[in-house]
Design a protein around this ligand. Structure first.
Ligand code: 5GP
Length: 120
């Protein structure tokens, strides 16, 4: 089934340069920038540059190079943010049960404090 991607979502506008972002890292296939409403001392979003809504959409349609570039961006961003020693959390929401707000695939990187347990 084809996934419908809304080209007017806020991250698409960031990718087109129509609205600004506070960039942390960029490569050919991904962009990382600070979340506008941080939930931790460090809260960064990593997005693929292609039009993908969810992890399953991404892994079904993206090329191996795009998938590799995106995951490398996640790792490089965590490293650049200085999170390697104390650690961090990766989280991706998809769909209504997760309350996903922006329908462009994104991974949250949070850190800079004890994050507590994810499932409690
Ligand atoms: P979701 O709930 O979809 O997983 O997360 C969307 C995230 O995008 C939220 O953490 C929200 O704060 C962030 N966000 C929404 N609009 C903007 C924006 O215009 N700029 C930035 N940098 N982050 C945004």
């Amino acid at each position: 089934t084809a996934v419908s991607y809304d080209p007017d979502n806020i991250f698409a506008k960031i990718l087109r340069g129509e609205i600004p972002c506070n960039k942390v890292f960029e490569n050919e296939h991904a962009l990382a920038f600070h979340d506008i409403n941080p939930q931790a001392p460090v809260h960064v979003l990593v997005i693929p540059k292609g039009e993908y809504v969810s992890p399953e959409d991404f892994t079904a349609r993206a090329s191996d190079a795009e998938i590799a570039g995106f995951m490398r961006a996640v790792g490089e961003t965590a490293r650049q943010l200085g999170l390697t020693a104390n650690g961090y959390r990766l989280l991706a929401n998809h769909g209504p049960d997760s309350r996903q707000e922006v329908a462009h695939l994104h991974v949250h990187i949070t850190g800079g404090r004890d994050l507590g347990r994810l499932l409690e």
